[in-house]
Design a protein around this ligand. Sequence first.
Ligand code: GCV
Length: 736
Amino acid sequence: MGKPVTTSDPADEVHDAWLPSESFRALGARRVLVRGGGTLVETVVREAEAACERHGGSVRHQAHGDRAPADSVPGDGGSGDGTPGDGAFDLILALGRAAAPSWAAAGIERDGTLGAEGYALARRGGVTVVLADEPAGLLYGFFHVVRLGEAAFADAFAAQRHEPALRERMLDHWDNVDVHPVTRQVERGYSGGSIFWRDGVARGDHDRVRAYARLLAACGINAVAVNNVNVHATETRLLTDRLGDVAAIADLLRPYGIRVHLSVNFASPVALGGLPTADPLDEAVRSWWAETTRRVYASIPDFGGYVVKADSEGQPGPFGYGRSHAEGANLLAEALAPFGGTVHWRAFVYDHRQDWRDRSTDRARAAYDHFTPLDGLFRQNAVLQAKYGPMDFQAREPVSPVLAAMPATRLAVEFQATQEYTGQQWHVCYLGPLWSEVLGFRPWGPDGRTVAEVAAASGGALVAVSNAGADRFWTGHPLAQANLYAFGRLAWDPRLDPIAVLDEWITLTFPGCSSAQSEAGERLRGTLHAMMDESWRTYEQYTAPLGVGFMVRPGHHYGPDVDGYEYTSWGTYHFADRDGLGVDRTRATGTGFTGQYPKPWSDTYESLDQCPDELLLFFHHVPYTHLLHNGSTVIQHIYDTHFSGVERVARMRLAWEQIEADGLVDRDLFARVRDRLDEQLRCAREWRDQINTYFHRKSGISYQRCADTGACCAEERRPDENGASHCRCRCRRIFF
Ligand code: GCV
């Protein structure tokens, strides 16, 4: 536990990510008492033991601590039953009734309101205490102490309560069991193969799955869907004759408080049950789901539930039977209800066979149009899972209006940690700030609730498509681990500052940053922040401009192709012509999408004057000469941001090279990041050159400084990222 998962070749050693042995040093050097019993408490004990074994501390486990006497308080000599008094410990982790003396000692009144996963944390009289009503709380409290490091054992602090904002914090794996001919082992996977599956069978790498569970628990994730939402033939069978494979994964995740979910094929009654229909109102279909679900729970008693992509991109669904999505979702919810399971029903339903000539059909409208009429009709254990934006995980989209329009429905917000549209884990793109913006967005204006509050109040969830795979660094790009970590932390507390979360990740993952307490350590921390804090905005700068989205190569979605999707059926258009670009989604003259928002946003987005610059082309079709709030014209902004985005990537690459000499980063990790930065720079230049050339050719408008002065080359010569000296704007080099 805590040690790297090793295979025969040391070069294949799996990276510890944010749980290297060093992060347990403070805790592992202490005298620890754990009070309480059960699977999750056993996990805490094993974790503490492993840490103490490495760092010289000790662990005492009092499994039946209900008998702990009331006089067992800090400073006390002992309980009289052989257990030393609490004062003999530096850290006490105590559960429920077993914790009675510790609650008192910590000055916390136990009122039983910490919930299933909450905990209280205090330090008093030289003892740090973690107290929980339920076992999961103790596990999360344990990892909180790990995060605090020495700070957990320094100055006294008053009791703090910690509870997750969202009760379900879930990762969806888009992993296939079979290697799919197009999407391969993991759809949109950029981290090697699947942790769970390989070539049609369960991978069987239990150490790896356990190590994954540990990482997830340490950042607060408590649910995992183990297969792709596009459910193909073999994956359909996970529900029945391949259920044993799912149960085996559940057994490995359970000790870390993680429940397994399964993506299911809506047509399973036909595909597996031999029924002539999957009509949700058909009695035989309902019985089939009820019986099948009963069997699932017989095998996996804490099974979380189903995830369904229906009537979307070729997946079957209720529309095929003339039924609504509420009827479809309720069919599965009804089957899950007796066992406490939940169905996650995805709102990603749109027409992917659109005619590009038809400018009235707007894919952005689809989820709202399909689902808002169904508000209030979903069963209590159905959660409607909506992507954070109305399109598809673009680097910049407005927040989905569905999230503000279904007050009587449980809602999950879906993010994409796997970087399908944000550099595919070849580019540094820390997504914490994007997610934080979405979670903090207030659909009803400054006095209204945030998206995170809406989801939490609805009893919903936060979900991310996982970016982890069988790669030895877990995420392909080692710095992409930060996205997985940040997702868990923000799902626990959406109000956290994403840069502080990043700093937490840096401290845990690169112990050299703090333990060196040297200039070199500070340099490494500073370099990582310089590379990552703004990396999402950097990515945004050199790719599709001002929220217009896509412009990626069709199919694999990597690299630029401005017209790649322009004349296809997918509904992702930019409508650039010689005069301007962008999608008119106004009520006045466009698709009316702005009307799906409540005030003030429906008016803000409708108005050309008020629409935020970064979303301008999502909502409006404007001339290239349109003046942005930042004083630039649209065309000049496109040129400028694409130049500056590339320069920022070049600086990242340089910064990374400069920390090599300090030796605080593992050589392999250093090399992996360096190689990926090379590719990021190559790709960013490709984006810059294609986008700038394309819009120069379309608009015929030159880079402004040339037009103004005609002499920019003389005035603004300066070295580029390769040290070559030439015109800052480089327009001649690029455009002609
Ligand atoms: C799993 C996008 C992706 C698909 C993905 C789909 C979804 O369209 O490109 O690979 O399919 O979203 O979210 O269902």
